[in-house]
Unconditional design. Structure first.
Length: 202
């Protein structure tokens, strides 16, 4: 892993999102197989950085939104937290709020907001009932995690307990197409990694 992180840093990899896809509550083998009805991208913010700075969170959110749009989805970014829009307001939640402020100063063409808890980000009815001012037009499909630990733990929990197909981590931002596969990957997972590499090479 240390050697991989060094290589990723050399190649200027910006983010490692993981795709979690569902189809009517059943496991779906996307993208090489059936088209999923619901996908959520969990963003491993920056390689080797446990607590990214607000600027780094904003940068990787832009990169992820661009990639999701290329895949045919309308990106809706939620900066995930245990807090919702400053309640409670603690030092550990400030990075997400600052990242939102930074994105507001940029000319981005995707929806974003935060910080917000995952149950709010993924439940549009609950979002609009409790936070009608939220800028998202539907449930989030990109979750920008506040740190390395939360991102890694989240996608591995979903991979083992959630019933969805996990695709990734996908490396974004490198000069050349680079992908990795986890130990014990299936043929479908290896195929998906190859598809992303080929797509990046275009």
């Amino acid at each position: 892993m240390k050697e991989f992180r060094s290589l990723a840093k050399k190649e200027q990899v910006k983010a490692m999102p993981t795709f979690v896809c569902y189809n009517k509550g059943e496991r779906t083998e996307a993208f090489a197989g059936a088209s999923p009805q619901r996908c959520c991208e969990i963003l491993d913010n920056a390689l080797g950085i446990e607590r990214p700075k607000p600027e780094e969170l904003a940068d990787v959110a832009e990169k992820m939104a661009f990639t999701v749009a290329k895949l045919g989805y309308k990106p809706r970014v939620a900066f995930a937290s245990f807090a919702n829009f400053g309640s409670p307001s603690l030092p550990s939640t400030t990075s997400a709020r600052e990242a939102v402020k930074i994105l507001k100063t940029r000319s981005v063409d995707f929806e974003f907001d935060g910080e917000m808890s995952v149950e709010i980000a993924l439940n549009f009815n609950l979002m609009k009932k409790n936070y009608p001012f939220c800028n998202l037009s539907d449930e989030a499909n990109i979750l920008v995690m506040p740190g390395l630990h939360s991102a890694n733990i989240s996608f591995k929990l979903l991979q083992n307990l959630g019933g969805g197909s996990v695709i990734g981590p996908i490396l974004l931002g490198s000069e050349f197409p680079i992908q990795i596969v986890q130990m014990g990957s299936t043929v479908n997972e290896i195929t998906n990694a190859a598809i992303f590499s080929a797509y990046d090479a275009l």
